[in-house]
Design a protein around this ligand. Structure first.
Ligand SMILES: C[S@@+](CC[C@H](N)C(=O)[O-])C[C@H]1O[C@@H](n2cnc3c(N)ncnc32)[C@H](O)[C@@H]1O
Length: 267
């Protein structure tokens, strides 16, 4: 039945929410929908743009906290990480694809001496992580909105990161989608330039064929060395909490693999 917006509607009719113009951003001072205009760049992306509902709590966090703790990956300027975290000596780790951010917040709380630059394209997750950071008093988390490739390529200085974490990247199980997987030789070459010598690249996945692929390309990379003397997967380090995606994989009986590689000192 069509809605009745006529002036004769009874006074008790619900007031319709003010209409938002089609391209008007939902959070004017929050994360931009496509900060780098990356859909114009001819490149296969590792994520699929998705519309997900932002809860009132996540929306509130985005509105209040984004101006202080959020940053859009627009690819336009080099970041000064010392300035971003308010401490020029703080080692900074980049986490790519934090999802809803529960594990990120736990790791930040456990290690206040490390800055976590947490990057994802997922708006509800960005709001969730901002809320978690506020509720837990985490001063060492910054939330970056957009494609990690542009962040690495355009906005982070060489040797600026103490670590890179990629926990349960989208597995893209279909063969025709394998090219979308994040962990590929080109990604490793880029990440290696942004990691300081000795910096740790930590990946984890519950998708066995992807785990094998990760081990293969990481072992073949001239920029990284395996921290495991046997050249294999690493035991799950105690510092990595269970992530949401990992829990879902374990429920399905999947086996989880961690990979811990170090950037070599000399290239
Ligand atoms: C499968 S989820 C895993 C989330 C979380 N790490 C976990 O374990 O619960 C992968 C996440 O990576 C994000 N992602 C994929 N490619 C990305 C990219 N190039 N830049 C930023 N985020 C990306 C996706 O949006 C998604 O939230």
């Amino acid at each position: 039945m069509p809605e009745n917006h006529s002036s004769t509607a009874p006074a008790t009719s619900p007031v319709p929410a003010p209409a938002r113009a089609r391209r008007e951003p939902m959070f004017p001072d929050g994360p931009a929908p496509d900060p780098a205009g990356s859909h114009h760049e001819r490149r296969i992306r590792s994520f699929q743009p998705r519309r997900s509902r932002v809860t009132p709590g996540q929306g509130d966090a985005l509105r209040r906290l984004w101006p202080q703790w959020g940053l859009d990956i627009d690819g336009l300027s080099r970041l000064d990480l010392g300035e971003l975290f308010g401490d020029p000596d703080l080692p900074v780790v980049l986490e790519i694809g934090f999802g809803m951010g529960e594990a990120t917040a736990q790791m930040a709380a456990a290690d206040p001496g490390t800055g976590i630059l947490a990057c994802d394209v997922h708006t509800p997750g960005q709001g969730n992580l901002l809320g978690l950071a506020e509720r837990n008093g985490l001063a060492n988390v910054r939330v970056a909105n957009g494609d990690a490739i542009i962040l690495l390529r355009e906005m982070l200085a060489p040797d600026s990161l103490a670590g890179v974490r990629v926990y349960f990247p989208d597995p893209w199980p279909k063969k025709r989608h394998h090219k979308r997987r994040l962990i590929q030789p080109e990604f490793l070459a880029l990440a290696a330039t942004r990691l300081a010598p000795g910096g740790l690249l930590h990946c984890a996945t519950d998708w066995e064929p992807y785990a094998e692929q990760m081990l293969e390309v990481l072992s073949a990379s001239p920029d990284f060395e395996n921290t495991q003397p046997d050249g294999g997967f690493a035991p799950r380090p105690e510092f990595r909490p269970l992530t949401r995606f990992e829990g879902q994989g374990l429920d399905k009986g999947h086996v989880v693999h961690d990979l811990l590689f170090r950037r070599r000192a000399a290239r």
